[in-house]
Design a protein around this ligand. Sequence first.
Ligand code: 4AD
Ligand code: MG
Length: 479
Amino acid sequence: MRRTKIVDLLQSKEFGKQIIVKGWVRTKRGNKQVNFIALNDGSCIHNIQIVVDVPDFDENLLKRITTGASVSINGELIESQGSGQSVEIKAKTIEVLGECDPEKYPLQPKKHSLEFLREIAHLRFRTNTFSSITRIRHAMIFAVHKFFTEKGFYNIHTPIITASDAEGAGEMFQVTTLNMDSVPRTEEGKIDFSEDFFGRSTNLTVSGQLEGELAAMAMAEIYTFGPTFRAENSNTSRHLSEFWMIEPEMAFYDLDDNMDLAEEFLKFLIQYALDNCMDDLLFLSKRLQEEEKNKKADERSMELIEKLRFVMENDFVRLTYSEAIDILKNSKPNKKGKFNYPITGFGSDLQSEHERYLVEKHFKKPVILTDYPKEIKAFYMKLNEDGNTVRAMDVLFPQIGEIIGGSQREESYEKLTGRMQEMDIPEKDMWWYLDTRRYGSVPHSGFGLGFERLMLFVTGMSNIRDVIPFPRAPKTAEF
Ligand code: 4AD
Ligand code: MG
């Protein structure tokens, strides 16, 4: 007989049926007559209750059933006597698959801090919080592919090892097989990468966009969904050194089409979570409210499910960077010197404090900012006629700040190479990218959604290290 998953047993009404259930013990309680085991197998947030008639079982066997132990139980599905659950299992035979020493097991049946759980990331899947996040993460991955598949986009695998810096920010991890103890040098004393594995200097990619653009120049609508790596030394609750990014790239789209797609995409993902992950969302919502009990009323965030619905029901506000700067410059926190980075005028880079002010305080809705100064954006963005701004768009979300960054791309060969010269980007290494502008160039656009930023929003968690199983951040690569 094969095991039945707990998620299916809890739906079942086949009382009297013989079943096998396997999982990990969350708690065991009871008395000399009867024991109750709460069992979880990862298939849903709920445990199933196993009823054990103590006199029917060997005393030593029951002693080995402790929190954290894994068991296989053969039993009968029965209607629950107690409240809180509809079905339970009356155990016939119990096999302990793996014992778990309760003295040593780091996960006690009590609330642990998220900081502590990060130190035992190899075990944190066994908590309600992380099993919920893991299920929602899976649902969101699936929803990403569903959205684009239904729209006729093709998924492209772009390289992880690359010789180019797509964002031009120089925040890359080097990939090399050179011997660090005796690095080969050229006559000028520089590192001789011609002797390296690929015969040139290579890095882990910061974005799949450039290769995505190549594919879009023939397949019209594509998307990538892969790991990206950034060696920026930012120890914040919204940055990872290794994160996953979804990057659609579309031929024949202008910036308005791009914004429409981004908004539709985010709303689709959120609706998918509401439709398919409600048990886990309800659990996370309760957890969040518990956590925020001690905060002042005006510092508490909106209830999780209400917040997700709120985003679904509202159009995102669209305005230009210049308009946003005017709002920020005249805002109370700016005038009172409350921003860490005061806004002086056009050209100021926006920090998350500014983004969140616009979203949470001023508009109270998600915001899409467009037409940023060219100096603070990447080389590939299309130059506006004013010669100063580019057709960039950032989607800003409550609690997160920037969740999506994108743009219409510069399709003119002359303008693109002009920008590259201004920004000191060597054309020689980018000949393949520039070829798309030489041969049948078309207006095109795309964007990147940081998958863990989406996960932060959907789960209501506040630290990005808690929405990816094994976070990579400065000085953090244990598991
Ligand atoms: O704005 P970014 O840097 O844009 C790009 O990489 C473009 N190539 C995207 C494109 O147009 N195809 O990054 C895109 C998104 C950000 O909006 C943010 O959500 C996320 O990626 N992101 C990070 N997420 C976690 N940790 C980091 N260090 C991140 N840096 C960016
Ligand atoms: Mg960005």
